[in-house]
Design a protein around this ligand. Structure first.
Ligand code: ADP
Ligand code: MG
Length: 389
């Protein structure tokens, strides 16, 4: 789960990680008032669920309150397109007005899960700021990495090595050690899968400040943080993803044109692989889970049908716990509601499979049933080609 920069900074503050003075606003008038409070010279920052805002015009320095008003009027309601938003961009509905800080140096600092070692990994660089992706590619030697042992945790001598590696000395080095330890404590207490400060700056006045903030909460730990519910900004999310969340479906949007409804993540991965091998391009990954009900199957199918990129649907379900006739009913119900005429390929197996197939074939839908994954993948690619011919 994602949150906004201003929310991340509120959490940073609660863990004694210093941040610039700021105020979140919803209208250009509020921006102007906040700018006045900060003495006119300030930075206005678009709050969207994506980084790369600086280069896209989403972070602007202004010099007086009227200028802040003008800039905010332009920014509000605009769809900001950055390398992280996709081509459609994200709408700006909140703006963070922040004191303009004189920056002496910009660092990169983050802690995230490293899947290769199954551990948290601290990453830091003295070359932080808006070009960190380029640094990582062109000068990987400038990126410091530290794998954190979950039993000993992060020790201060390790944090000090990082701070020294960033070139910090004296009291700034000690401040950085404390900041890193606070960040790690926050990561654990708040169940984060990622915390990132880019840039972490040394100000001209000689202080360390977290100038940007990104936090991802681990979705598997959300059940023990009911307070996170209020932090979610649904306007920043794909409506289909929100719907999938409501019905506890794992839905991931991809770039192709074949909707894929599958049960179980492993089977879903295999389905995407075999589909691609047969020349098909998945439009999404939709896992209905192990013991899905007819209602859940119907909701999943509706989500697929509402995806504008979908030209055909591939259903690959193993009905071990689920009954195939119930799956068929769910598909038929959803397809009827959306007057679906798209080609549908169904590969089902398991209990009541014959009844399920019978229901589908008698439904009047443009549907075919097969017994194997290979036949299904090749079949839907062919059906799509025929439909488009
Ligand atoms: P993004 O990563 O989305 O581009 P940042 O918050 O990192 O957005 O801002 C981009 C750049 O703008 C920073 O690297 C920093 O140089 C500058 N910046 C951001 N906030 C401030 C601020 N309050 N005062 C001065 N400069 C800032
Ligand atoms: Mg940044």
């Amino acid at each position: 789960m994602n949150i906004h920069e201003y929310q991340a900074k509120e959490i940073f503050s609660a863990f004694d990680i210093p941040v610039p003075r700021g105020r979140v606003t919803l209208t250009a008038d509020q921006v102007e008032r906040a700018a006045k409070m900060m003495g006119g010279h300030c930075v206005i920052k678009a709050q969207i669920y994506a980084g790369g805002r600086g280069k896209a015009g989403g972070v602007q320095v202004v010099h007086h309150p009227e200028q802040a008003h003008e800039a905010a009027k332009e920014m509000f309601g605009k769809r900001l397109i950055t390398p992280q938003t996709g081509p459609e961009g994200l709408k700006v509905r909140r703006i963070l007005v922040e004191e303009a800080v004189g920056i002496a140096r910009e660092f990169y600092l983050s802690i995230t899960l490293d899947r290769a070692t199954s551990r948290y990994c601290l990453i830091a660089s003295a070359d932080g700021g808006v070009d960190i992706e380029e640094t990582a590619v062109k000068h990987p030697e400038k990126i410091l990495k530290l794998t954190i042992d979950p039993f000993t945790g992060l020790r201060s001598h390790q944090a000090r090595r990082i701070a020294l590696g960033l070139g910090l000395k004296g009291s700034l080095c000690e401040d950085c050690v404390q900041l890193i330890l606070n960040l790690y404590r926050m990561l654990l207490e708040k169940d984060c899968s990622l915390v990132e400060i880019n840039p972490l700056v040394v100000t001209k006045a000689g202080w360390l400040l977290a100038m940007d903030g990104k936090i991802n909460f681990d979705d598997n730990a959300l059940f023990r943080h009911w307070e996170y519910h209020d932090l979610q900004d649904y306007s920043q999310m794909d409506p289909l993803e929100i719907n999938a969340g409501k019905f506890d479906l794992s839905y991931i949007k991809l770039t192709g044109n074949i909707g894929c409804m599958v049960n179980g993540a492993g089977l879903a991965m295999a389905t995407l692989d075999v589909l691609k091998e047969n020349g098909g391009e998945p439009a999404n990954f939709l896992d209905v889970g192990g013991g899905a009900t007819r209602e859940k199957v119907a909701e999943a199918f509706k989500i697929i049908l509402q995806d504008r990129d979908v030209r055909g649907v591939f259903v690959n379900i193993f009905g071990g716990i689920m009954r195939c006739d119930v799956i068929a009913q769910g598909i038929i119900e959803a397809a009827a509601e959306f007057h679906c005429t798209l080609p549908i390929m169904v590969r089902m197996d398991g209990s009541q499979v014959e009844e399920g197939k019978q229901l589908l074939l008698e439904s009047g839908l443009n549907v075919r049933c097969v017994d194997t994954l290979g036949d299904g993948a090749a079949g839907i690619v062919k059906m799509l080609a025929q439909a488009e011919a």
